[in-house]
Design a binder for this molecule. Structure first.
Ligand code: 9WN
Length: 423
């Protein structure tokens, strides 16, 4: 067996072990429910080894779709598992338009269209597309309707859990929220070291936002009326690609819809306007606060959507993404891409989204560099990412200096995306 075959076999084994029968859970112990972008990223890996199982993953996630189109960030089940906050905290059954199965009331980055396209490219199945494409379209339309805040086409998130939880770019927005007392014991604390996870103060604020949203059936009158409202460039860049992929999927079933392509073009144009020449990065926006770059990897995400022109892409790569002082590999810190710039005061190489390397982030950036025509640079990042999983296993995230695995081990999307990067 070659090294590539052996790594692929180990990755496929992680997915098999995390398979509950109904969905692949993100990690064996820490995350026992179904999460939205985890399932989509898992389906991208499954497209490489078992497309039929990948289609089941998509169907399973869509059980949680709300009547207005939202695909929630978590879909629960009735088995007793160790995770908090669980279905009782979200109370979706009391909300208008919620599905029969209990879910959370917020969403997550819309990778699903991209996953459905990957499945169709690997193993065309028209019937499957006819079944799921209208559902994905309804979700995108919901985002454009419920989460719009101006005419730019950009959408806002209303909870940090809709993107990278405790990333420093959310600190100022989150600091405006009065925390509430935690009425449950955090399950993550039973499995993981405190230094690798969000703090209790952050959790108190997350729960205060959930309370506020739940009182409004998770449908604030507009994003700007929510206590936390943020124009996350990672979320919006993922949506731009997903809109393109949705347009492609409509094409595969005979067209009849050009809204998705137009939405993608609008989003790209809006993202392009956020370029900051001095920082070689893009400006994020806090709807209740400042507009500017944040020294987090989200500032670079328009690369994923192929937004920068050739000159900007090269500058962003050299001066930010691959810069040893910022997100790239350096002598003391050979593993990249860091989720926070090493030059930021907030950089913390062990804590969750505040510095560590994540395989999904690298995967988005590899695809983005390819899309921007930086093939050699993409290849360098692809190789580094595979070397990391080869060395340290399929962890949830990794210490950039040592490569030490952090968070959950045997993490599904790390395994799934390694399978994709290997192909
Ligand atoms: C809260 C499952 C999820 C990921 C998120 C990641 C983390 C949950 C948590 O785990 O969030 O939704 O318990 O911290 O931040 O991106 O989807 O892997």
């Amino acid at each position: 067996m070659t090294a590539v075959q052996s790594l692929a076999a180990r990755a496929a084994e992680v997915l098999r072990r995390n398979d509950t029968g109904l969905f692949v859970k993100p990690g064996p112990r820490v995350y026992p429910f179904q999460w939205n972008w985890d399932s989509a990223l898992v389906a991208i890996g499954l497209a490489r080894v078992d497309p039929e199982r990948g289609r089941a993953e998509v169907r399973s996630l869509l059980r949680g779709q709300w009547a207005d189109g939202m695909v929630p960030h978590m879909v629960f089940h009735a088995e007793s598992v160790d995770y908090s906050p669980g279905p009782e905290v979200w109370g979706s059954s009391e909300c208008r338009g919620a599905p029969g199965v209990a879910t959370s009331g917020i969403t997550q980055p819309p990778v699903l269209a991209t996953a459905v396209r990957a499945l169709h490219e690997a193993d065309p199945d028209r019937e499957f597309l006819e079944e799921v494409v209208p559902a994905v379209d309804a979700w995108h339309r919901w985002l454009q309707r419920d989460r719009r805040f101006d005419d730019s086409g950009l959408v806002a998130i209303v909870h940090p859990w809709e993107s990278a939880d405790n990333a420093p770019r959310f600190d100022a927005a989150l600091a405006r929220v009065d925390p509430r007392e935690l009425t449950f014991t955090r399950s993550d604390r039973r499995h993981l070291h405190e230094a690798e996870r969000p703090t209790d103060l952050e959790y108190g604020r997350y729960m205060a936002i959930v309370d506020h949203l739940r009182d409004r059936g998770y449908r604030p009158a507009s994003p700007s009326e929510a206590p936390f409202a943020y124009v996350d460039l990672a979320f919006n860049s993922i949506l731009a690609v997903a809109e393109d992929d949705l347009a492609w999927l409509f094409g595969a079933i005979g067209g009849g819809e050009d809204g998705a392509a137009a939405r993608a073009a609008r989003l790209r144009a809006a993202l392009a306007e956020r370029w900051d020449e001095t920082e070689a990065a893009y400006r994020e926006r806090d709807l209740h606060g400042a507009d500017g770059t944040t020294e987090t990897v989200a500032d670079l995400f328009p690369v994923y959507a192929g937004v920068p022109n050739d000159r900007q892409a090269r500058k962003l790569f050299a001066e930010a993404l691959w810069s040893p002082a910022r997100f790239g590999p350096s002598e003391d810190s050979p593993w990249a891409v860091t989720t926070v710039s090493k030059s930021s005061a907030a950089y913390d190489p062990r804590r969750y989204w505040r510095g560590p390397v994540w395989i999904n982030i690298n995967w988005f950036l590899v695809r983005g560099l390819q899309r921007c025509g930086l093939a050699a640079e993409a290849e360098e990042l692809r190789r580094l990412t595979l070397r990391l999983v080869e060395t340290s296993g399929f962890a949830e995230y990794y210490h950039p200096e040592t490569g030490e695995p952090l968070g959950s081990r045997d993490f599904s999307w790390s395994a799934a995306l390694a399978l994709d990067l290997l192909s």
